[in-house]
Design a protein around this ligand. Structure first.
Ligand code: SF4
Length: 221
């Protein structure tokens, strides 16, 4: 089944996801770092606390007290590391761009991707999420849900860049579709395509190679 058909089915099943849930592009970038290895609900708490202390802008965060930021993001886990990383991001924006998120995100996307990846704690996935949701670039991030789904759905064992290229080749050049599909695959991963997949009730069960293989597997005696 083509990726675009998968998108249509998931959209019908789950509806629009309206990612990324953030009021500003800086908040989106901070959230992308905080969400590593934790739940979104923990990130929401941290974001609320940072907002209450008026720290969710580059100048304020760059000049903030490190211990205060650690306390704000504590529930997201690895809080010392994450506090340091979001403060470094803020510093980068202040020192290189006068604190202007727009100036930073306006760069050509390949250049921006390299620069993001040079920051502590920003790997390929985090950089690509920022490129898609904050910089509005046609870049498709590959997270753990997408990798798991792709492997089961018969896209083979492509590496990060291979899988990213595969999605980008198959999808219409439409920013909204990119943003929604990434979120919809995550929803599929949480509802059906879990570590232990719930194939019989999955919306893709009639077309997914994994489900079809399981269905014809002989019962062992
Ligand atoms: S049918 Fe099963 S393996 Fe395939 S996408 Fe759905 S839950 Fe995942």
């Amino acid at each position: 089944m083509e990726i675009v058909k998968v998108y249509e089915r998931l959209l019908t099943e789950f509806g629009r996801q309206f990612w990324w849930p953030a009021e500003t592009r800086f908040e989106m970038m901070v959230g992308a770092i905080l969400t590593q290895r934790t739940t979104w609900s923990a990130v929401e708490v941290a974001i609320r606390k940072l907002k209450r202390k008026k720290l969710l802008n580059p100048h304020a965060l760059a000049n903030s007290n490190p211990q205060l930021v650690e306390a704000m993001v504590r529930q997201t886990g690895f809080y010392r590391q994450k506090a340091r990383r979001i403060r470094k991001l803020a510093n980068h924006l202040v020192e290189g761009y006068g604190g202007s998120v727009d100036r930073f995100l306006r760069k050509p996307w390949q250049e921006l991707r390299s620069e993001l990846r040079s920051l502590e704690g920003v790997g390929r996935e985090t950089a690509d999420v920022i490129l898609l949701y904050a910089a509005n670039q046609l870049v498709f991030p590959i997270d753990a849900y997408t990798q798991r789904f792709s492997r089961r759905f018969g896209l083979g064992d492509l590496d990060y860049e291979g899988l990213k290229a595969h999605f980008e080749e198959q999808m219409p050049k439409d920013l909204q579709v990119y943003k929604e599909l990434h979120a919809l695959i995550d929803e599929l991963g949480k509802k059906y395509c879990k570590k232990a997949p719930e194939c019989p009730s999955c919306i893709l069960s009639d077309t997914c190679p994994k489900n079809l293989t399981d269905a014809i597997r002989p019962i062992s005696t």
